[in-house]
Design a protein around this ligand. Structure first.
Ligand SMILES: [Zn+2]
Length: 224
C-alpha cells in the first residue's frame, strides 16, 4: 500500500510540527475543546436523543465551534483528504470508550453511510479511518454495507404538489438484518448537530430483532 505523506505543519495554526507531533502541534492539541461525554450518562448528546432513539450510551469527542480548531479539523477531513484526522479521532475515541464503563460488550461498528454519488465525488468516506482505528482499539469488526443511503422518495401526488418545495430528506435502508441480530452496535458519524441523521439511521437499524445501539460521533455541535 502506498504511504501517504501529510504536511508537517499543524492543521489548525500552521506551526511546524516537531518530532512526536502529528496533525496538531502540542499547543493546539491541549487546547481542543474536549467533552467528557464518554464517562457521563445523560450528557448533552444523550439528552438530545432522549425520547427519540432508545440508545445504551452516546458520546462525542470534541465540541464543534464555528471558526474554531475543530471546524478546521473536520474541514480538512471532509474536503482535503486528510484521512489521518479520522484516524486521530478514532484512536482517542477508542481509548475513551475502552476506559469507560458505559460502553460494555460492543459487538461491532456501523458507519452512517454516505450516498454512493457523494462518496464517488469525494473519493473516500471520511468515516473509514475513524472506523478502522475504533475497530482495532476495541477489537470488534466494522459491519460494512448493512446500512445504505437512499434518495428520498415521495408519492407521485405529493411530489407534484410540493415540487417547488422539494427537499431531499435523508433516508437510509437496512440491507442485512440477520448480521446485526442481538448485537450491540456502535453507530458512528462525524458531526452531531440536531441528531436527525442518527435518528434516521437508528430507526432503520432497530428493524433488527434484539439489536442494541450506542453512538460515537467525532464532534458535537452545541445549540447556537
Ligand atoms: Zn497548532
Amino acid at each position: 500500500m502506498a504511504t501517504i505523506f501529510y504536511p508537517d505543519t499543524c492543521i489548525t495554526c500552521g506551526r511546524n510540527l516537531v518530532e512526536h507531533e502529528y496533525i496538531l502541534c502540542t499547543f493546539c492539541l491541549v487546547d481542543l475543546p474536549k467533552t467528557d461525554f464518554c464517562s457521563h450518562p445523560l450528557n448533552s448528546l444523550e439528552k438530545k436523543l432522549a425520547g427519540r432513539v432508545p440508545i445504551q450510551a452516546a458520546t462525542s469527542l470534541l465540541y464543534f465551534r464555528k471558526k474554531g480548531k475543530v471546524q478546521k479539523l473536520i474541514h480538512a477531513l471532509k474536503y482535503q483528504n486528510r484521512q489521518d484526522v479520522g484516524a486521530f479521532f478514532g484512536r482517542i475515541m477508542g481509548q475513551n470508550i475502552k476506559d469507560s464503563k458505559r460502553f460494555q460488550q460492543l459487538d461491532g461498528i456501523v458507519m452512517v453511510p454516505l450516498h454512493p454519488k457523494k462518496q464517488r465525488k469525494r473519493g473516500y468516506n471520511q468515516l473509514s479511518y475513524y472506523a478502522k482505528e475504533l475497530s482495532q482499539k476495541l477489537n470488534i469488526p466494522v459491519y460494512e454495507d448493512v446500512l445504505i443511503k437512499v434518495a428520498s422518495s415521495m408519492s407521485q401526488t405529493t411530489k407534484d404538489r410540493f415540487r417547488r418545495f422539494e427537499k431531499m430528506n435523508e433516508r437510509f435502508h437496512l440491507e442485512n438484518d440477520i448480521l446485526l441480530k442481538k448485537k450491540h452496535v456502535l453507530l458512528i458519524d462525524d458531526v452531531f448537530t440536531t441528531g436527525a441523521t442518527i435518528e434516521a439511521c437508528s430507526n432503520e437499524l432497530f428493524k433488527t430483532p434484539g439489536i442494541k445501539l450506542s453512538i460515537a460521533t467525532m464532534v458535537y455541535t452545541e445549540d447556537t
